[in-house]
Design a protein around this ligand. Structure first.
Ligand code: AMP
Length: 254
């Protein structure tokens, strides 16, 4: 696991010959001036299903953090709506909680990366999930000259995750997420009036599979990034703003 000093304030000054110049101010020991020329940092956001990854991504955006987001799960959910055999296959696999075919994921990521703004930080949400995908990711980063990402794990207890997932409802029209227990109208979306549904993979039978798979996949991925010294755990318990604060500290200093 990487160590970072929460008293260290990082100021990004902009770019020099296409590289970001960073100056670190160490508040606890006065001014410790140092600079390094960096390519933008990249991160993989990982966490138990329901750990609040999407919420934290939105909060980073709201806080003005400039990044490109590659969310495979979101993209797959869009593709699952297609009225063809691929859409059906994706929908069925996602509903079962299993992982999709490696070739499909690799082709997808390759496609998205080609069109992604690579001059700024990239956050990968839900990818890589297997050793094959880690290899793919390393290759893509090499190809494009990108920083090999650091794995950020939003950590919550299983019990908390199950509680949150069972409470989650999504609008079938605008795809906004809501906490069922906090909704006044339990049927219609408060922002667009669309029908509120429970994601197939948030239903109890699929949650079990997702958790078993998560434990299995995460062990491998964590081990890999830990060995590289690129693994950071963030406590995901507490309010959204508390977790956001921890995320900001992590991405500013690592
Ligand atoms: P998520 O929204 O990230 O929890 O992903 C929802 C579902 O999409 C997963 O349960 C898988 O079925 C599929 N999926 C997402 N990311 C991947 C990936 N990297 N590799 C394979 N399947 C994935």
């Amino acid at each position: 696991m990487l160590d970072y000093d929460p008293n260290l304030t990082t100021v990004r000054l902009g770019s020099y010959r296409g590289r970001i110049i960073r100056i670190d101010l160490d508040i606890s020991f006065g001014l410790r001036f140092g600079y390094n020329t960096l390519m933008p940092k990249n991160y993989i956001l990982f966490g138990y299903p329901g750990a609040g990854k999407s919420t934290q991504v939105d909060l980073l955006r709201e806080a003005g953090v400039d990044f490109s987001l590659i969310s495979i799960g979101k993209l797959l959910r869009e593709m699952a709506k297609r009225d063809d055999s691929l859409g059906q296959k994706i929908g069925q696999t996602m509903a079962s909680g299993e992982l999709l075919d490696e070739f499909l994921i690799e082709a997808l990521v390759k496609d998205i990366l080609r069109d992604t703004d690579k001059t700024k930080m990239i956050i990968f949400d839900g990818y890589p999930r297997t050793l094959a995908q880690i290899r793919g990711m390393e290759q893509f980063c090499q190809e494009y000259g990108l920083d090999q990402p650091t794995l950020l794990c939003l950590k919550i207890t299983k019990e908390e995750a199950v509680k949150r997932l069972s409470d989650r409802r999504v609008c079938s029209k605008c795809r906004n997420n809501y906490g069922y227990s906090r909704l006044i109208d339990k049927v219609k979306c408060p922002s667009c009036g669309g029908e509120l549904i429970q994601r197939e993979d948030d239903k109890p039978s699929a949650i079990e599979t997702r958790f078993d798979l998560f434990d299995l996949q995460f062990g491998v991925i964590r081990h890999h990034y830990e060995a590289l010294g690129k693994y950071v755990e963030i406590d995901g318990l507490g309010t959204e703003q508390e977790v956001h604060g921890r995320m900001m500290v992590a991405i500013s200093h690592i």
